[in-house]
Write a protein that binds this ligand. Structure first.
Ligand code: NDP
Ligand code: OXD
Length: 303
């Protein structure tokens, strides 16, 4: 495995399955002895060094970094992380920032700087239209919890979806109607060639005046200059961004100091070994028993 969290993974996995011999990259010993690879943000090219590897367990939900590795061994299963801890933490992030905008917190913050006591009104949650880009593992959980707060939730996906309480749009023809009704746009899409740059000038212009954007997916989804222009024109009222084209976000990047942008350092959803290790072990056991593991990455789709 490769990760600064390796000691915790080692402790958890070997407690659950004492037969596991756990090696931490780069001290992997003989590459031909490695059966399962656990990786996250690996050094491109390294994964092809293990001729007897039976699977790669990617310790994150988004596999964009992995699938762009030209030396990725494509003949073995690639399993991505689906984990309750990660899912809950992403939902917390979505709720935190949706509520921040719904309750007009940026405006209250501005009023406070002028010692101005103004009781701005906000709509009932059921009249606040949230639009989720993506309704997969993470989007579905966020949608369900937003519904608990009574928000009016819609989602846009590649294929048709039906999740009770969620208004569904899909494909190219569904994109514009989805945007037109969305006041708080939340991106939880995988980064693929189809979704790269999806938050661009046209998308932002289709949102209603005063809409806000929360990007919890990947920096590559946003065309940075288009977002800044839409914020500066006043059409978009604010943006919360967790992910960036370059991470860490370079100190000179205009996002850091833009008055309408909140930056968080790629912490929206976190992988917790404590909850994730069991799923990884279950995947290894399935493969060892000749069964297909859960949460396989579809390399043709890229997620
Ligand atoms: P899933 O694969 O479970 O869901 C992906 C969703 O996106 C599906 O609803 C899918 O639709 C939709 N989608 C994919 N491509 C398109 C497209 N071209 N057009 C419309 N919809 C599309 O992924 P997860 O929910 O587990 O994770 C989503 C992403 O969140 C990850 O890929 C990762 O980049 C990001 N992430 C960010 C984190 C952070 O800390 N900032 C933490 C964890 C994840 P369909 O089902 O129809 O194919
Ligand atoms: C992930 C991430 O994809 O942390 O899991 O971004």
């Amino acid at each position: 495995m490769m990760s600064e969290d390796a000691p915790q993974w080692r402790a958890l996995l070997t407690r659950m399955e004492p037969k596991i011999e756990f090696r931490v990259w780069p001290e992997v010993g003989k590459p031909e002895e490695i059966e399962f690879i656990l990786a996250w943000k690996h050094k491109p090219g390294d994964l092809q060094r293990y001729p007897k590897a039976k699977a790669i367990f990617w310790l994150g939900a988004g596999v964009d970094h992995l699938v762009k590795d030209p030396d990725l061994p494509r003949h073995i299963p690639i399993v991505r992380l689906v984990d309750d801890g990660l899912t809950s933490s992403m939902t917390e992030y979505v709720l935190q920032h949706v509520l921040h905008y719904h309750r007009r917190q940026p405006e209250f913050d501005a009023l406070q700087t002028h010692r101005d006591w103004k009781q701005l009104v906000y709509p009932l949650a059921r009249n606040r239209k949230i639009g989720l880009l993506g309704l997969g593992v993470l989007g579905s959980d966020a949608a369900q919890k937003l519904l608990v707060f009574d928000f009016d939730v819609a989602a846009w996906t590649r294929t048709p979806k039906s999740l009770p309480g969620v208004t569904s749009f899909h494909g190219e023809s569904g994109f514009l109607p989805f945007l037109k009704r969305t006041e708080i746009l939340v991106c939880i899409l995988p980064l693929t060639p189809e979704t790269t740059g999806i938050i661009n000038a046209r998308t932002l212009a289709a949102l209603p005046e005063g809409a806000v954007v929360i990007n919890a997916a990947r920096g590559g989804h946003v065309v940075d200059d288009d977002l800044i222009a839409a914020l500066d024109s006043g059409h978009i009222a604010g943006a919360t961004l967790d992910v960036f084209h370059e991470e860490p976000l370079p100190p000179e990047h205009p996002f850091w100091s833009h008055p309408k942008i909140r930056v968080t350092p790629h912490v929206a959803g976190q992988t917790f070994a404590e909850t994730a290790a069991e799923g990884v072990l279950a995947g290894m056991r399935s493969i060892a028993a000749g069964q297909p593991p859960k949460n396989l990455v579809d390399l043709a789709k890229g997620y």
